[in-house]
Ligand binder design. Structure first.
Ligand SMILES: Cc1cc2nc3c(=O)[nH]c(=O)nc-3n(C[C@H](O)[C@H](O)[C@H](O)COP(=O)(O)O)c2cc1C
Length: 203
């Protein structure tokens, strides 16, 4: 079963979270993680003029852009976004707003989906971002998946992560590394989406 990890990342943190979600998914036999990004909306001349954005863009150059078939083929989907004013990034929302054909066909109904995010600050809106993105996911028919408290790092994290989904605190310069607790919660989402996706397919 393919587990699609579709994300947007300006500075590279959400991309690194996507890789950790994939690591967790790989722990489940029969699950193949597929990482895809969504198109950038920031003008190329702006990205090129900012060394931090340019470095992250170069880092992700070989990640394929998501397609409608990526969504069709996936048995489970993880959505990753940086927090933007307490909400999902325009780039990821732009992609979700192009899913109306699949919505009309009911293609996504019954697939499990989870959300992960990175914020600049500790209380900058991880939960609001995740819960807000879950509204359109419900419209599309997804079965929402979080990270329950059987994941012990939920009790010990000093950074991001909650039962709503994995979170990371990037800091004011976006350079704070993903810490071990945050990483464990990312992997837990990948495992859980993989397990539930297989169960829903009767495997
Ligand atoms: C326009 C804009 C709005 C942002 N809004 C928030 C916010 O509401 N709360 C917060 O903690 N960080 C906010 N940030 C910081 C980002 O969430 C942070 O840069 C993100 O974690 C980086 O993820 P990335 O490295 O994958 O791009 C904002 C950044 C930008 C550019």
């Amino acid at each position: 079963m393919k587990l699609l990890i579709v994300y947007y990342s300006t500075y590279g943190n959400v991309y690194r979270m996507a890789q950790l979600v994939a690591e967790g998914a790989r722990e489940i036999q029969g699950v193949e993680p597929v990482i895809c990004r969504v198109p950038e909306l920031i003008p190329p001349q702006v990205v090129d003029s900012r060394p931090d954005m340019k470095a992250a863009s170069d880092l992700q150059r070989d990640v394929p852009l998501v397609t409608k078939d990526s969504f069709r083929e996936a048995g489970a989907i993880a959505f990753g976004t940086p927090t933007r004013f307490g909400n999902v990034s325009a780039q990821l929302k732009n992609q979700i707003d192009q899913l109306s054909e699949l919505w009309l066909q009911g293609v996504l109904e019954g697939k499990p989906a989870g959300v992960f995010t990175s914020t600049g600050s500790l209380h900058g809106g991880q939960e609001t971002t995740i819960l807000t993105l879950m509204a359109p996911l419900l419209h599309l028919g997804f079965i929402l998946v979080g990270v329950p408290y059987s994941t012990p790092e939920l009790f010990t994290t000093q950074g991001g992560g909650s039962p709503y989904g994995p979170g990371h605190v990037a800091g004011p310069d976006n350079r704070r590394a993903i810490d071990p607790q945050e990483a464990a919660i990312c992997r837990a989402l990948g495992r859980r989406l993989g397990e539930i996706g297989l169960q829903l397919q009767g495997k």
